[in-house]
Design a protein around this ligand. Structure first.
Ligand code: MTE
Ligand code: HPA
Ligand code: MOS
Length: 766
């Protein structure tokens, strides 16, 4: 089954937000943001801007008819700043004009007077002064004190990771217009249509039933549009509500980069204890999450960091604590992996550090501690269908790990200025929203009288091809040609109260609902066939390839005829189904439960070649054994592995957000923020589809694939580290990601080592 969007994508015919035909009387919005990261608002003067050509109206907090509040988990975030500003770029006013250029021009004339307050950009500094989003949380397993007491070796260190810009190709935007009697229609580039609906209703002070949110597709979301598509949609709706004209708001790239939150940077302390056989007996970790200026999704992201603090390893004694630290950066948000990658980076750093001190390869410790069937995670769930060792061993044998290792060693013996490094990266990722209540979805399926089918779900298409998967489910259950089926836009009036398309769970949750709806329709049709053919019961009836079969034999009742006959017998040809993941639960007081429907496993082997004169590098190959269950679409799933992998490599090696001490983002364009391109992807990417049992909670046994592969990218950091050490064995690079070419170069030469340790703190130099 080909991705159903492929044809229109390559022809440029797919409709994104900015492609929606403009309606008469449309006003264009430009958002005026704070030019200070923290301060008290003394005055806001929009009079000069109001007199600029084309300006229709300027909106500020004072114009909001409902509550000026868009906080999702915690109500701590105004739509438009009032009284104070908390980050550079925080929206303060919205200019509505006849053209976008006029709105932008006028925004320059707005005068915001601010009395500056101290700016905090460092999470540890925030934690020291008690600037926290919420109370810290701790996950426990066993008894770490006793565990450490029994250890032969104990190592302590610090690990830090940078943030990451989502860089969805389609920037944030929304297009709203008034309908009758004060209702609003809004097309939004959002992963969470219901979140947009709820917050818009709240800000406008009207019922959710009067807001219709519609999503055709996103030009990428990656978590950046789970929560942070909301403000722009609410602003467009506010404009449409107050002016009774259509309002279009699409952020330009630089505004998007400045005004929206990113992956959370973390600074973390680790302590790892091992016995003489390299079994990890105890692990203690403290995470300092840089949440930015408001909660956004930070509490949930922090929770997932704790869930994944031990990655794919069994450790009997664990204490993992996390602080969500409030700083003056734009509120950080969901990003593929949702805090999991940050947790995994720290345990991998701890293992690498221990391995270096013990003079063994990190893979020796990794392998000795992989999860086994029945092992307990620090959150109380035990592994079921654990594939950790299977994936590792498959990667090891299939890709000839020993031979690879020898080739790398031989290359390093023969070369002085080129050095290779290797690393293995096992992953284990839990599938489900960590908030149990969010694991629900609905589908609405109509069979039209001509036999064609319309399917609506809460799933948002953002490039991950969830629409293709939904179509496959409907076609397979109904036994009809996929060409008959249309996957409708995601619309809050058709499918209500949806969870965002996130947590890699979209296809499972919505797919199960589609499956249920189609099965119900099928049962109804079969009952109808039984009556028509005078059969006793339905057991012998099937529909395959648009034909009715009884006891395996075709009867003369093709799909179209069947559907029409059912309609003529006054049967409902529509079905609405609801799915909620069974069995899962979590108790946040005890920090124990069974939060995940299942886990996804895999192992990647990295090799990299570093040019030790320049510090530049090329990834030679990444070879992966991945636990897909029985993949329902291998092309789509392979695309997710490749995309996630490269995005993870970018985070670990190239992408460096630089804020100055005043909290202003300096890397706010692609000239200063480097993302992976065709030259930086590995020369060879091999993915082995492990034929694993899957899980009954995965749609058709096809395991979720959206986020897990991002975490393979962590292997890139450690492969580089090993190449650096091949050039200079006494090098001790800090566990600070990203490992950019500049940082590699500084770490290669002892005279630059000191500079390398602080290379992530460049604000002063800039
Ligand atoms: N793939 C593409 N092409 N574009 C995206 O925006 N988002 C990722 C992942 N893969 C994304 C993507 C993220 S963050 C998630 S949570 C999942 O897709 C969401 O979709 P799924 O639940 O259908 O896997
Ligand atoms: N993953 C992604 N998004 C979420 C989650 C999660 O676990 N919880 C709330 N939003
Ligand atoms: Mo993905 S970070 O759960 O949108």
């Amino acid at each position: 089954m080909r991705n159903i969007d492929a044809f229109n994508h390559v022809r440029g015919e797919s409709v994104y937000l900015d492609d929606i035909a403009e309606r008469q009387g449309t006003l264009h919005a430009w958002v005026f943001g704070s030019q200070v990261a923290h301060g008290k608002i003394l005055s806001l003067d929009t009079s000069a801007a109001e007199n600029m050509p084309g300006v229709y109206r300027i909106l500020t907090a004072a114009d909001i008819p409902g509550e000026n509040q868009i906080g999702g988990i915690i109500a701590d975030e105004p739509l438009l700043a009032e009284g104070e500003v908390h980050f550079w770029g925080q929206p303060v006013a919205i200019v509505l004009a006849e053209t976008e250029a006029q709105a932008q021009e006028a925004a320059h004339k707005i005068v915001l007077e601010v009395e500056k307050l101290p700016v905090i950009i460092d999470p540890r500094e925030a934690q020291k002064v008690g600037s926290l989003i919420m109370q810290p949380r701790t996950f426990h397993l066993g008894d770490p004190e006793t565990g450490f007491a029994e250890c032969e070796y104990i190592f302590e260190g610090v690990a830090e990771n940078g943030g990451q810009e989502h860089l969805y190709i389609e920037t944030q935007g929304a297009y709203a217009w008034p309908k009758e009697t004060g209702s609003i229609y809004v097309a939004s580039s959002t992963q969470g249509p219901t979140a947009v609906q709820r917050h818009t209703a709240h800000v406008l002070g009207i019922g959710m039933s009067r807001i219709e949110v519609d999503v055709t597709r996103l030009g990428g979301g990656f978590g950046g549009k789970e929560d942070q598509a909301t403000p722009w949609a609410v602003m467009a709706c506010l404009g449409a509500f107050l002016t009774k004209r259509p309002v279009k708001l699409v952020l330009h790239r630089m505004e998007d980069m400045r005004m929206t939150g990113k992956r959370h940077p973390y600074s973390s302390d680790f302590k790892i204890g091992l016995d003489k056989d390299f079994k990890i007996k105890a692990y203690e970790v403290t995470f300092y999450q840089n949440a930015g200026a408001a909660a956004d999704l930070s509490p949930a992201v922090m929770e997932r960091t704790l869930f994944h603090a031990t990655n794919s390893y069994f450790i009997p004694n664990v204490r993992a604590t996390a602080y969500s630290c409030k700083t003056n950066l734009p509120p950080n948000t969901a990003f593929r992996g949702f805090g999991g990658p940050q947790g995994m980076f720290v345990i991998e750093s701890a293992i690498a550090f221990a391995a270096e001190k013990l003079g063994v390869a990190a893979s020796v410790i990794q392998k000795a501690n992989l999860l086994k069937e029945g092992d307990e995670f620090p959150y109380g769930q035990h592994t079921e269908g654990c594939e950790a060792e299977n994936c590792w061993q498959t990667a090891e044998s299939r890709y000839n790990l020993e031979q690879l290792r020898e080739e790398v060693n031989a290359f390093n013996r023969e070369n002085t200025l080129l050095k290779k490094g290797m690393a293995l990266m096992p992953i284990c990722f839990g599938i489900s929203f960590t908030k149990t209540a969010m694991n629900q979805a609905r589908a609405l399926v109509h069979i039209y009288t001509d036999g064609s089918v319309g399917v609506s779900t809460g799933a948002v298409e953002m490039g991950q091809a969830v629409n293709t998967k939904m179509l496959q489910v409907a076609a397979q259950v109904l036994g009809i040609n996929p060409n008959r089926i249309r996957i409708e836009t995601t619309n809050t009036t058709r499918v209500a109260n949806t969870s965002p398309s996130a947590a890699s769970a979209t296809a499972d949750l919505n797919g199960k609902a589609v499956q249920m709806a189609c099965e119900n329709l099928l049962e109804r049709l079969k009952a109808h066939i039984a009556i028509q053919l005078n059969l006793e019961g339905n057991a012998a009836i099937e529909i395959q390839e648009e034909q009715v079969l009884v006891n395996g034999k075709t009867v003369d009742l093709p799909w179209e005829k069947l559907v029409f006959s059912a309609y003529w017998s006054r049967l409902s040809l529509s079905e609405n189904a609801h799915y909620a993941t069974p069995d899962i639960h979590f108790n946040p007081e005890k920090e124990k439960g069974y939060p995940f429907a299942y886990h996804v496993y895999g192992t990647a082997i990295f090799t990299v070649t570093v040019d030790c004169l320049r510090g530049t590098y090329d990834f030679d190959s990444v070879k992966i054994a991945h636990d897909f269950g029985s993949s329902m679409n291998t092309n789509v799933d392979l695309g997710q592995i490749e995309g996630g992998l490269v995005q993870g490599i970018g985070w670990m090696t190239l992408e460096e957000l630089i804020f100055n001490q005043e909290g202003r983002l300096l890397s706010n364009a692609l000239s200063t923020y480097k993302v992976p391109d065709i030259y930086s992807v590995p020369k060879e990417v091999e993915v082995h589809f492990m034929d694993t049992p899957g899980s009954p909670r995965a749609i058709f046994g096809s395991k979720a694939v959206g986020e897990p592969p991002l975490m393979y990218g962590i292997g890139a950091f450690f492969a580089l580290r090993n190449a650096i050490k091949a050039f200079r064995p006494e090098a001790e690079p800090a566990f600070v990601a990203p490992m950019t070419p500049e940082k590699v170069l500084l770490n290669l030469y002892p005279e630059f080592e000191a500079a390398a340790q602080t290379a992530s703190v460049k604000e002063n130099a800039l």
